[in-house]
Structure formats: structure tokens, C-alpha cells
Design a protein. Sequence first.
Length: 382
Amino acid sequence: MLVICNIPRSVHVKVCFTGGGTGGHVFPAFAVDEKLAEILHPGGDRYERFWIGSGLQSERNWVEGAGITYLEIKSGKLRRYLSWRLFPDLVGVVVGFFQSLAILKRERPDILFSKGGYVSVPPVLAARILRIPAVTHESDAIPGLATKINAHFVQAVCIPFAEASTTFPRKLRTKTVCTGVPSRLCRTRADADRGRQAFGIPPGIPVVVVLGGSQGALQINNLVWDKLDELVELGAVVHQTGEKTFRPITRDGYHAVPFIADGLEDILAAATVVVSRSGATALADYLEMELPMVLIPLGSRASRGDQMENARRLKAVGAAEVLDGPEICGEDLVSVVRNLISHDIVRSSMVEKMIPLRAEDPAGKIAGVILQTAEGTKKRRC
């Protein structure tokens, strides 16, 4: 496993970010971008960056909203199963590779940082051909297919915790460095009163925040809608449904939105409990906010099992409640939420047990790996 040394501070660095498809492959990179700017900008104009993405409108909006130049390439989903889409997807990967070559030749970055997702593979391969150093980050306990491919062509693989290195082939484990998962949220910056005001929630009322990720989660949505009357009796319900599954339901105590673009850390600061999938990026946010969790992971049929493994890790130490399996019903959700809201000592114990799982300055560690790798490559070229 690689070791992070002192971060060089007297360099000019141009970084190519890549990743996308979902918020989990985008948002953590913003924390890394902020850390790089914090390290490099005070001394003058020494930090430039741009982003290679898939062209999804939501992805473009997020990246450009962070002030990062966004460049689009074609790509294709990396599938683990036979599908008629396999051939056009492979064509998309090839086209994306040549587009990435052209972009990287023109922009000449010092280093590429991949946050994963299928769109990241063509830029990582192109960077290898052009001898541009690259670093990739995996958030989950079980690496995705894009990370498994990218790991062969990068100089360093940042992982969420030390045990995750065992999920990589032995010959690649020397590339891994334990950094944790960066969160775009900041507990000390959040304002619970501002979060309540944004949704018109009076002081003193418990707040249940339901999040299904950037794209929503129909299973969680249906559980909430099935028992909505009982849930709003427990407290105010703030529900991010996802754009495609949004329902404009009007009900006292229920606040549904397609996506919480701004003020997420404020409403989480106001939350008594959060109900969510268990993607690693979301969990990093909840750990940062020290928030009691009810996790409903995607099952192995709908994913590679990473969310189940993420959830099990928190449940094993008492840091989260987990509902899984096809037999979950709305009453199960109501029961566990009621128990958490009713017992302050249970929530406090959960928070106490999650604190040791929170990595120290993940964004800073990843920034250090990026700068060390870029600086080391520059020295070898001299």
C-alpha cells in the first residue's frame, strides 16, 4: 500500500477530472477540487482543472455549477451481462477513447483524477497512452468494474478503508492508498435552523429525511408513500424522490422534492434520522453530519453487492439500522423510524459508534496523492 508523504506546495498543476453517471461519481471530486485550490491558489494562479464527462445534463449542471470547465465525450455502459446494447456500448467506449486522446493532447494536463463510472475508462486509457499519470478513487467496499479496469493503468488507487485493498488482485495492491471517502458537506458549516426554514418546518418537530441518491429509489419511495400517514405522525418528512419518480403529493408535514440541489447539509443538520440507500458517497455525507441512519441497500440482483457490504459494515458496529431483503414492507420502515425518534439514547449511541469510522480529511489525502504523483512524474521527465 502506498504511503502519503508531505504535499508539495510549490508546483503549478493542471488536473483533468473524470467520472460521472450518478452523483456518487461526481460530488466527492468537488471536495478534492476545493482542497487542491486551498493548497495551490494562495500563492497565485497555480491550479487549473477541467472535467471529462458523459454529457448527462444533470452531470454537466453539477460540474459547471462548481465552476469547472466541462468537456463531453461519448461512452458506453460497462456491462457484466449479455445484452443487445453491448455492441453499441463498445463502439461508444472506442469513440470516447479517441475523443479523450484529442482532449488530453490539446489540454495537456499534468495528471488525471478519476472518480469512476463507465465514462472514466476512455480518459484513463487515453492518459496511459499519452503517458499522463493518473489516480483513481473507489468509494465502495467492493470496486466497480470501471475501477477494476482503471486500476491497471493508473499510478495510485485511493480506497475507502484498508481492508478494501484485499478486493484487488495481489499485483495491484501496492498501488492502493487508504484515504477514505470525501464528503462535499461540512458539519460545522451547516445550519439546522436554515434547513428547517427552507422547508417550513417549525422548531422542535422531529425531521425524517428520505434520500434515494441523485436518481431517487423507487423501492424507498413506495415504502414511504405506502405509510405516509403514519410517518408524518412521527415528524416532518423531507423526501428526495428523484426526477423520474417525483409525485407532487400535498400533505401536511410532507415535503417532496425531485432533488435537493442546494442546502442539503442544512436539512441534514436538522434531521433526526435519515432513510437512504447505502452508496458509499451518501454514507460519507451521513458520517460527516453524524446522522442516525436507516439504510435500505440495493440488493445483489440490482447491483454488484457493494451497497449491502457498505451497510453491513456500519450495522456490524451499531452505527446504522439496516432493512434489506425482498420482504421489506412499509410497516418495517415505520417501526424502525419510530424507535429511533422515540429514543434519544439509541440515536446518541449510534452517533458515538459511527465517529471512529469517519476518515480524517479524505479530500486532503487524495489531493496529496494527486500532487505527489504529478510532481513525481515531472521529476522523472526532467
